[in-house]
Design a protein around this ligand. Structure first.
Ligand SMILES: [Zn+2]
Length: 89
């Protein structure tokens, strides 16, 4: 019961929002990546669309907004640890 969720990384393009929300269940949000092969909550495939944090705050539930904040924070930590691994050599 400890299956690790896999992700496709979604490189952020200039001018495009970095938050990816499942449009099927509206309860999952990720930052610059989407779960594969499907949404962990509703098993929807290709249901993720990009939004800005402002848009999510506008129409998202409190839970979704909180998840967006956590996802962005986790992505920042990953970027920092990846950078420190590179510079350690
Ligand atoms: Zn979903």
């Amino acid at each position: 019961m400890s299956a690790t969720q896999s992700f496709w990384s979604v490189p952020q393009r200039a001018g495009e929002p970095a938050y990816l929300v499942c449009m099927s269940c509206l309860s999952e949000v990720f930052y610059c990546k989407v779960p594969m092969p499907d949404c962990p909550t509703c098993q929807g495939v290709s249901t993720y669309e990009a939004f800005t944090i402002e848009a999510i705050r506008d129409w998202g539930t409190e839970d979704l907004i909180a998840k967006a904040g956590i996802a962005q924070h986790a992505a920042t930590l990953e970027a920092i640890s990846a950078a420190s691994v590179k510079s350690a050599d």
